[in-house]
Write a protein that binds this ligand. Structure first.
Ligand SMILES: [Zn+2]
Ligand SMILES: [Zn+2]
Length: 259
């Protein structure tokens, strides 16, 4: 993929491989803008992310790679930030980076995408948690703290699907995303999960296209070999829906490139 903005490093304690290995894989697949965007530190769930005192080193490591590879590929620097009330931190929100991805991984502090807590689904009304998830995405967009919406329909990860119409459930969230001038990532990680399709689904992507919401592409790689996997599938899906351009960010400013 020509732009790939969401890739992790071992600093989050659940990814493996050297940053160079991710970048080399991106080079092989013809990527022009490659973003390293690891899980930002937070005072909640610290075992799945870097610590606050690692931020400076993380940022300088990425900038070192940026310099090293500058003739071959443009490396961009970001953080994937949890939208979680009471746990967002100015040190992250004001960091000197190219962009911030806002992601919802927790509903009332329940890590719903973590296989460790999959048992919690049994006690939930699936339609209600879907609505709650998208209400939280709407709130995140309205906060205007972030540039990119991470994996828009992550709540489908384990394939607990609602009875209601998903386009209706997601409608207000998408309108808020449009109003906040945010970009949606077309994220291939879903192919590696029980749901076995990208985030978002084709039908939500079409709804976003109709609202004129821009997109970008993401591997969400936690291993070097996951970089640009399923590239052809998501590029085709984006083109089928009607997209011709995708976004990337430099110092929180959006730019577009044709794909
Ligand atoms: Zn992760
Ligand atoms: Zn995520």
């Amino acid at each position: 993929m020509i732009v790939d903005l969401h890739n992790h490093t071992p600093r989050c304690h659940h990814a493996e491989g050297k940053m160079e290995e991710y970048i080399e894989k991106a080079l092989l697949s013809g990527t022009k803008y490659f973003g390293i965007c690891d899980h930002a530190p937070m005072d909640f769930d610290p075992e799945y992310r870097m610590a606050f005192n690692e931020m400076a080193q993380y940022q300088s490591d990425v900038l070192e790679q940026k310099e090293k590879y500058k003739k071959q590929i443009e490396i961009l620097l970001g953080y994937e930030v949890d939208y979680l009330q009471g746990h967002m931190d100015k040190r992250v929100l004001n960091a000197d980076v190219d962009y911030l991805i806002g992601s919802v991984h927790f509903l009332d502090e329940w890590g719903f995408d973590n296989p460790e807590f999959i048992g919690n689904y049994e006690s939930k009304n699936i339609d209600e948690i879907w609505q709650k998830y998208f209400d939280t995405i709407e709130e995140m967009a309205k906060s205007k703290l972030f540039d990119i919406v991470g994996h828009l329909d992550l709540i489908k990860v384990f394939k607990f699907m609602p009875k209601g119409n998903i386009n209706e459930i997601a409608k207000n969230a998408l309108i808020a995303i449009k109003n906040a001038d945010m970009v949606l990532e077309l994220n291939i990680a879903g192919y590696r999960k029980p749901v076995a399709e990208p985030y978002p689904s084709r039908s939500l992507l079409k709804q976003a296209f109709d609202l004129d919401i821009p997109i970008t592409f993401s591997s969400d790689a936690h291993k070097p070999e996951q970089v640009a996997l399923f590239n052809d599938e998501i590029v085709k899906m984006a083109k089928d829906v009607g997209y011709k351009k995708c976004a990337f960010f430099r110092k929180r400013k959006k730019e577009f490139i044709s794909f």
